[in-house]
Ligand binder design. Structure first.
Ligand SMILES: CC(C)(COP(=O)(O)OP(=O)(O)OC[C@H]1O[C@@H](n2cnc3c(N)ncnc32)[C@H](O)[C@@H]1OP(=O)(O)O)[C@@H](O)C(=O)NCCC(=O)NCCS
Length: 437
């Protein structure tokens, strides 16, 4: 199950952007492509499938979809902390739990290596996420993080790290309620230990440790269909270095297209167009916090950031997160904001290239600068920074710019989930204001 679909997206074979010189805004190729039909079929199969583990968990169950008698909110009430299991779950005898100290360079290296070799791949096993150590250290140590939520499994004899799962604390607003949650991520089991039901034990253990901190809800994403997505988002890809993307098999030359026409199609100006567009700095934190708060209030589910969160999550960190503000040249007011994070992928088995440098759209706030122009400036700076591709999910208002800015739809679907929190109805991706790393 973990392997048939994942959230590592590459462009669909029939990339409409590559197929003609001028993409056709508003024309939807993605709904009737063969890939889409196959995917819908696979997804409908997963809905009919048994989920021996997930059926036992407080998550929306497939059988309850459409039942409007069930209330929105927690599925199970919080229990007194004294009733939370005090000892870790049992692992198979050859393995032991370890808490991974992400402040330790040595541990960070071990986690990095486990993920580099065993984490998410695309459907064709051509690319695998290669989160950098700096990225992991940033992603796992936000304000108020718990060391105990960075959970590893080691082989008892060799002490080799063979599995990993993490949680970080976050306040997530679901409609009118701000809920303390864990964001669970980086679930990974070594390739040699797959299909042995280790993942459910990892998930139960992180849940137990989250409960010990008196937190009862979680948010997570997966490329696989589980009970039950709160929304399903799609990846879109904007070529910045089309020649390399084609050479490594990430995208294909469109019909009736030559390489030189393709390169010309994706060419971008040398510098951003918006006056006052500049890198975010520490002193922008209060203004960016206000901008983001107001902006994210429009979505049904979104993080509820305070200034400490913004300082951590949105201040630029080299090779990890890039953020830009638009400062009005006249009033010096901060009017707009955009950001993307750096997540390279290893290119598996290519003679000429080993790494695909990808930027992922993060949080963007358009007030005065049209979103299209703001995102075009984001593409320009990403190109300047030598990214090969710029990726965006169709969450928030991203659908409004992808076609015009020459993104092509990917084959990757990303399903969003909440643990122990029911929504009466699934959301449209545009109603979601949350990006997980
Ligand atoms: C995801 C992964 C840890 C699952 O481990 P596995 O050995 O394939 O599966 P196991 O036998 O241990 O467990 C299977 C159970 O885990 C569930 N599961 C699989 N992938 C899952 C995911 N990404 N999130 C939550 N549950 C998942 C399965 O649905 C199944 O439960 P079910 O019977 O209720 O449906 C493993 O395949 C892996 O490391 N894959 C590469 C990295 C990856 O995709 N990570 C997840 C990113 S979202």
């Amino acid at each position: 199950m973990g392997d048939n679909k994942d959230d590592h997206s590459s462009p669909k074979e029939e990339n409409p952007v590559l197929d003609s010189e001028t993409p056709q805004p508003g024309q939807s190729h993605e709904d009737n492509s063969l890939e889409a039909i196959v995917r819908q079929f696979q997804d409908s199969m997963s809905v009919g499938k048994q989920h021996k583990f997930w059926e036992t968990q407080p998550v929306g169950q497939f059988k309850d979809v459409g039942d409007t008698n069930l209330p929105e909110g927690p599925i199970e009430p919080a229990t007194p902390l004294s009733e939370v299991k005090q000892e870790p779950y049992n692992l198979p005898a050859q393995y032991e739990w370890t808490t991974c100290d992400m402040e330790s360079d040595e541990t960070c290296n071990e986690v990095y290596a486990l993920l580099k070799n065993n984490y998410v791949e695309d459907d064709e096993n051509m690319f695998r996420f290669n989160y950098s150590k700096e990225f992991l250290s940033w992603a796992l140590r936000p304000p108020g993080y718990y060391k105990s939520w960075h959970i590893g499994v080691r082989a008892k004899t060799s002490k080799k790290l063979v599995a990993f799962i993490t949680g970080i604390p976050a306040r997530i607003r679901v409609r009118g309620e701000v809920v303390k949650m864990a964001e669970v991520n980086f679930l990974c089991v070594h390739k040699k230990l797959r299909s042995k039901r280790l993942a459910p034990v990892m998930i139960k253990e992180v849940t137990r440790r989250v409960h010990l901190e008196n937190i009862w809800q979680a948010a997570y994403t997966a490329g696989v269909v589980l009970p039950t997505p709160v929304t399903t988002a799609q990846y879109w890809h904007r070529s910045l270095n089309p020649k390399k993307l084609i050479d490594v098999g990430f995208s294909r030359l469109g019909a009736r297209m030559t390489m030189s026409r393709t390169i010309k199609l994706y060419k971008l100006p040398d510098s951003p167009a918006t006056p006052g567009f500049r890198k975010m700095e520490l002193h922008d934190v209060p203004a960016v916090t206000r901008l983001l708060r107001d902006y994210l209030a429009q979505f049904a589910v979104a993080p509820y950031f305070d200034e400490d969160d913004v300082e951590h999550w949105l201040r630029p960190v080299e090779n990890v997160i890039d953020s830009f503000v638009v400062e009005s040249p006249e009033t010096h007011e901060i009017t707009d904001f955009c950001s993307f994070y750096t997540l390279p992928s290893s290119i598996l088995g290519n003679q000429n290239y080993s790494t695909l440098k990808a930027a992922y759209s993060y949080y963007n706030v358009s007030n005065k600068t049209p979103l299209l122009q703001l995102m075009n400036d984001a593409l320009i700076v990403a190109k300047q920074k030598d990214f090969d591709v710029f990726n965006a999910l169709d969450v928030m208002f991203n659908e409004s710019f992808v076609k015009e800015l020459k993104f092509g739809p990917g084959d990757g679907q990303l399903h969003y989930y909440l643990y122990n929190y029911r929504l009466q109805q699934a959301l449209r991706p545009s109603e979601l204001g949350l990006v997980l790393l």
